[in-house]
Design a protein around this ligand. Structure first.
Ligand code: ZN
Length: 362
């Protein structure tokens, strides 16, 4: 059964009677670090392994697919040619679209139950046959794809072929670069992060990524996520006290990453109701978990916000009254009690933390 994903942390908690005590992680919750460093390093270097190339190409496929307007359709071949420089990769495009994150479940009965922000159902076979739509039980539900397109006034004949060929869309714009928004999405649809009960690390061995991430100014360039904006709204309206509790690798830093202290001071550190605590861990060694830290230091904590499923599961065991919240990243499976909240890219900047009048809209 599909889990409900909450759109907004702010809307979900803003009317809580008491002032909330929140413990929040930083990396991949407030700022996108691993995916952004990977994106930048991949864009710079051009010869990649098949796995990394696949990541960039999937992001390109979803970008082009999302350009097909409502009421039009395109084909696997037409999408493959700007990306691969050849129509021979149409099957590859088909595979990426088949694995699009819009899950199509057996429970969906009405045409409007099924939604895809990328519009992957608007791509059809090269023969102009509508193709297939398989649900999560492996059953053919092509009538839903036809119904969805019919609602957009795209008709198919009784054999499943497109009636009006002039509805084929070819006007793709392609800068050659991978769009960061789609790369961020694709990153969270692949198993690229390894979570221990204490911290996390990237599963890809790509030295250029680590180099990027270790740059002294990296935190100043890494994008803030929508959860940062929503937390900032709760903080500015004095609806929450927030402790940013972030793990650091003791193998890399002896006393916590000084860059994190700096970015905190420049952003949430401007507010008296925010503080930063860094706890060290060494990969593969057992030490104090975040759940233990919360139990000892903040027994009245209301909400723990973290992307690491092991940390949240442990914290829920140790602190039964805690509300565990995680950003929704499709590949990361959480305990049933965890509330999942959408986390998108945001244009929030360091300057926004200084402004007294803070716009709520993005
Ligand atoms: Zn889709």
């Amino acid at each position: 059964m599909e889990r409900k994903v909450i759109e907004s942390l702010y809307n979900h908690f803003k009317d809580t009677e008491k002032k909330l005590k929140i413990v929040c992680d930083w990396d991949e919750v407030i700022q996108s670090l691993e995916p952004f460093a990977l994106y930048q390093s991949l864009e710079e270097k051009k010869n990649h392994s098949a796995k990394l190339k696949g990541l960039l190409n999937a992001a390109k496929v979803y970008n082009l697919c999302s350009q097909v307007p409502r009421g039009r359709v395109s084909t696997y071949k037409l999408i493959s040619s700007p990306i691969y420089g050849s129509v021979r990769f149409a099957r590859q495009v088909g595979n990426f679209l088949k694995n699009c994150s819009c899950s199509f479940s057996t429970e969906m009965t009405e045409i409007d139950d099924y939604q895809c922000p990328r519009g992957c159902y608007r791509v059809i076979r090269n023969s102009l046959h509508v193709g297939e739509l398989i649900d999560d039980a492996g059953e053919s539900r092509v009538e839903m794809k036809i119904g969805k397109l019919r609602k957009e006034e795209v008709e198919f004949d009784e054999k499943g072929y497109l009636v009006r060929k002039e509805l084929i869309f070819r006007g793709f714009s392609d800068s050659g670069r991978t769009d960061w928004k789609f790369f961020f999405e694709v990153f969270w649809e692949r198993s690229l992060v390894d979570y221990s009960p204490y911290g996390s690390r990237l599963l890809i061995d790509f030295p250029e990524q680590a180099e990027r991430k270790n740059h002294p100014q990296f935190y100043q360039s890494a994008p803030f996520l929508s959860l940062a904006r929503e937390l900032l709204m709760l903080v500015k309206e004095n609806k929450a006290d927030v402790v940013f509790l972030s793990a650091f690798d003791k193998g890399v830093f002896s006393d916590g990453d000084p860059r994190k202290k700096k970015i905190f001071a420049e952003t949430f550190g401007n507010f008296p109701n925010c503080s930063l605590k860094l706890i060290g861990f060494k990969w593969g060694e057992n030490q104090k978990t975040k759940g233990e830290w919360v139990k000892e230091n903040m027994p009245d904590c209301d909400i723990l916000l973290d992307d690491n499923p092991n940390i949240l599961a442990d914290a829920l065991t140790q602190n039964p009254n805690l509300i565990a919240v995680a950003p929704y990243y499709p590949i990361v499976k959480h305990n049933d009690k965890v509330i999942l909240i959408k986390n998108n890219l945001s244009n929030l900047s360091i300057e926004d933390f200084k402004k007294s009048n803070f716009a709520i809209s993005n």
